[in-house]
Design a protein. Structure first.
Length: 99
């Protein structure tokens, strides 16, 4: 399984709009054939910090996600909301094992 943790720092006045844009991206992403999980997490102490947990069956499915209309719309929508560039860190998911 291919997992990416995306770390995002959002401008204070954009928190609600960012969360809504992520909700839309989450809903569409979880319908992708290779998606296993797509969580949007907000820091409990600093509401401007988010982590996106994206799990796909393999790297090809994760790459395909970046070509979808919903991802491209999300990326364009949230770009001006970022306090700094988002940072994605790839991981190899071990457990649970991908089917």
């Amino acid at each position: 399984m291919h997992v990416t943790l995306v770390y995002v720092q959002v401008l204070p006045d954009s928190v609600d709009a960012f969360a809504e844009a992520c909700r839309l991206n989450h809903e569409a992403s979880t319908r992708e054939p290779g998606n296993r999980r797509f969580d949007v997490l907000q820091d409990a102490v600093d509401p401007c910090r988010f982590v996106l947990y994206e799990a796909y069956v393999d790297e090809a499915a994760a790459r395909a996600h970046k070509e979808t209309a919903h991802y491209l719309a999300w990326r364009e929508t949230v770009a001006p909301m970022m306090a700094e560039a988002r940072r994605g860190v790839p991981y190899r998911g071990l457990y649970p094992a991908a089917d």
